[in-house]
Design a protein. Sequence first.
Lengths: 807, 281
Amino acid sequence: MSDMDRRTFLRNAAMATAAAAVGSTWPVRGQDLESRGKRLPGAEGVAPLPGVEWHKAPCRFCGTGCHVQVGVKEGRVAAIAGDPQAAVNKGLLCVKGYHVGGILYGEDRLREPLLRKNGKLVPIGWDEAIDIIARRILRAPEKFGFYGSGQWTIPEGFAAQTFMKAGLSNNNIEPNARLCMASAVTGFLSTYGVDEPASCYDDLDVCDVVIMWGNNPAEMHPVLFSRIVDRRSRGETVQIVDLTTRTTRTSQQADRVLFFEPGSDLAVANGIAHILIRDGTWDREFVERYCNFRGDSDPRTLWGKPITFDEYKAFVSEYTPEKVAKISGLSVEDVEFLGKLFGDRERKIVSLWCMGMNQHTQGTAINNLVHAVHLLSGHWGKPGDGPQSLTGQPAACGTAREVGTLCHALPGGRVVMNAKHREQCEKLWNVPPGRIKGKPGLHTLALWREFCTPGGAVDTIWVQVTNPGQSLPNAHELFLKKKDLPEKFLIVNEVYPTKTTELADLVLPASLWVEKNGVYGNSERRTQQWFKMVEPPGQARDDCWTTIAVAHRLYELGFPGMKDKDGKFLFRVEDDAGKEVPVWKWEHYYDVNVDEVLYERYRPFTHMKHKNVAPYRELVKARGLRWPVVEQRDGSWRETRWRFVEGDDPFVEKGKGIQFYHSRTKDDRALIWFRPYVPPPEVPGDGYDMWLCTGRVLEHWHTGTMTGRVPQLQRAMPRAYAELHPEDARALGVSNGDVITISTRRGEIRLPVWINGRGRPRKGSIFVPFFDAETPINELTNDAHDPFSKQPDYKKCAVRVGKRSPE
Amino acid sequence: MSDEAPPSSAESSTADAPDPAPADAAEPAAPDRKAPGSASPRRSLKAYGLIGYGALCVALAGYVTGLAQLKEPPQRSFSAPPPSLSEEGLLPAPSYRELPNLRRGPNASFESRIDELREDVPAPTDPVVVDEDQRRAAAAALADRRAYEGAPPLVPHPVDAQDVAACLVCHEAGKDVDGVLAPAVPHGHELGNCTQCHAPPAPTFFAAAEPPPANTFEGARAPLHGERAHPLAPPVIPHATLMREDCRACHGVRARPGLRTTHPWRVNCTQCHASGTGFAR
């Protein structure tokens, strides 16, 4: 080998990454050059893939919040790896995560703005599109609604929130997260006085028992599930108790599978409380120090009324194991098993839940009750011992909950109903007093109902980063009616054609994932940042830019709300010299890091409720940081693993042990709730004699807009199906692959049967995943919802199943 | 880190010089690599190594052949032998009690012989002839099931059982059944949930309503050969070893032809072959 060869090799093999990074055209200019420079020495070892430059990003999909290494080659994503430095996933991903790069390159990516003319979507220019939106809003700002997402990045959500509440004085802003975690929010709020989990994923590494409350993490949060079951491979013992209504992949690895009747989880939780009191195994010391009791008021409210321990005792005394067994279908022995499990303080217990408890007409109540059994038994606040709610979307916590893109919320855990909160936000946004309206806007179901009603209170909805046409329940009522309402105007930012764009009047092509800068926040309070790595296709642009561009167009048209108190543009961004950067012009959008500017503007909002998120620059260096993140004396920033726990949470006073410092009762105590079992509103009968449960599968994410474009995932799960119990299939005379009709009081679809496949429902119930646009099961689901969280119940309604009639 | 790796590996390889060269050292005329000009030090050193190696091989081959002749040749027929008839000249009728444990059908003997076939793997000392075509075929086979270099391969067969033990029956050490390879698990530590990353195909009755839209993702592929700092240096590993910590899975005695190492008895691979990811910090 010549000298030349050797030199080439040394350069390629030893310094490939550094060399590539120096020579690359990094899209983020300005303030980030320095932080980018800091990344350079990060390249690890030899770089085996020639021409591939690696960057960090959180995965695009679920709320787990894995970090991936993204390999970029010649301006395109060409490889993915689990990030070994990420505490969440420790180098592992799931099949979706490994194929996340493919979501950018489906051939039907939307590439240009499209306007519906004479029933057909035709290409128009961006300037015209922005102008159309601005003038539509100008016509009737109060009839406008913004429908976003738990996949909005934090800056995107903050921009939309600012645009609506501080700009338009309109509270009709909602995220699709209303459909996925609203009950978890109301559960945390009414228990601890403040939203979001106190525990973290570290618990999964040290707990002795995991109880899955209607949860199937083997498919929905696979990396977290692996974090549990891999412990067994290492020789540790961890018991998995699967409380479920159907056999899933999680059940297959569970030590104990307990089947309960749909909706009866409230009775089960109350049964556990009953046994704890009956046997005297509740944690008297913990409860006396840290808890108050609370029960339902009349009428029922989110906050209920204080009750005494004796009253609480009397309430739960009704839930004898025999009664619970009768309601739930569990055996008396099973109920006793659960009660004794919580009564054993030697074993550390984690409860996991997600959609099973949240998409529930008693979602708030069951959330309250699971917190209650943990508090009552003292299984709380120690590593490996506590309740952990999981979210479905990558920024359901970060954006929907923390930025508060809900119709009643303001950033940082504030609400529009509170005058002081409004005043604080007006000050931080630098808008005149009274700009923010004090009345909550329309929640998701009401927003879409009004939109689908002739002359309703909403005539224009702008959808970003979500697909309501496929994910709203009872879609015939809440979405498809738009077809016959030409006076209503639907604007959609999307990456691919969807059920929503089918009815849209204006479709805007959007940048996706690493085609833009972003910040997400996962289920364990971890805020995660990434940089743009590749260019979006065609004329696709960032959602955040679109919002700012429309705001500026409104500003140009003289709309007063788009000016701050000093008459300046609401989204004014300045360079280091104090000169305004015209970020509303796409060609200047990346002159500065708008993400960093918006995030830093948002950060002070998070301090009041002690949700202090880390500075952007710290996020750049980390694989996410769990708030509250507080600066130390040495200038470093420290994250928090267990909230409200002395020694870990910096806001807990010395000597307090555990301090619920946002307690509803203002005495640093959490509330142990009693909520009674209430039967589901629609139960099988009257010709609709089976239960229908809907949900997700491992290979597809939500409505399949992205994963449906990835050949490897499509090969594994090409279409939706109906899971039937073998006996029900026999009675119906159908076998694998036969098509059946499924109808509810709201609609009908046809699906092939899969018996003993991915999951197995109990006799008398069926399961259908909702990812497939060809068979939109949400045309059949019920929009009955929790009274406090307004979250609909996708998990149970009455259905009729029939063999396909000959055509 | 990165700038240290090549010199240190070069050093260790010099010490190893008389040993058989690693897999890709034995193909100076590989089509994608330039043949060295005139007689190079590499040549003479290699010749020296080869003579020693040849002598060793002859001795070993004779020994192994002799041993092999003592055994019956391996049975390579997978069709079930015809059932023997009873004394009355009737086909055997298994009792209901026997039925659940009986293996029947065309694959009955196939399954029952898997363990037997495992014995048929080459000995670590069997000589390995490095064939560039085989290597290319092996790389193509690996790429065929992966979206990009480093992606978890898709499962080419249905999966009935979710527990890891079921997968490990064939994939723990790997199996080569008449040329059909069940690759060994390369993960350095045992994981608990195989189908989380490795997706089996959908059931055959599950035809998609419509084919999915085309996708233009182009996965990066690993080079066929790791680079060498100099002709005698052991090549660096031309792919990331994340999730592939056990090199034997792809380069051991059961490896695809073309990927097999010439020195499978050495178990501390990264002692000489530098590895890395190039990941961002």
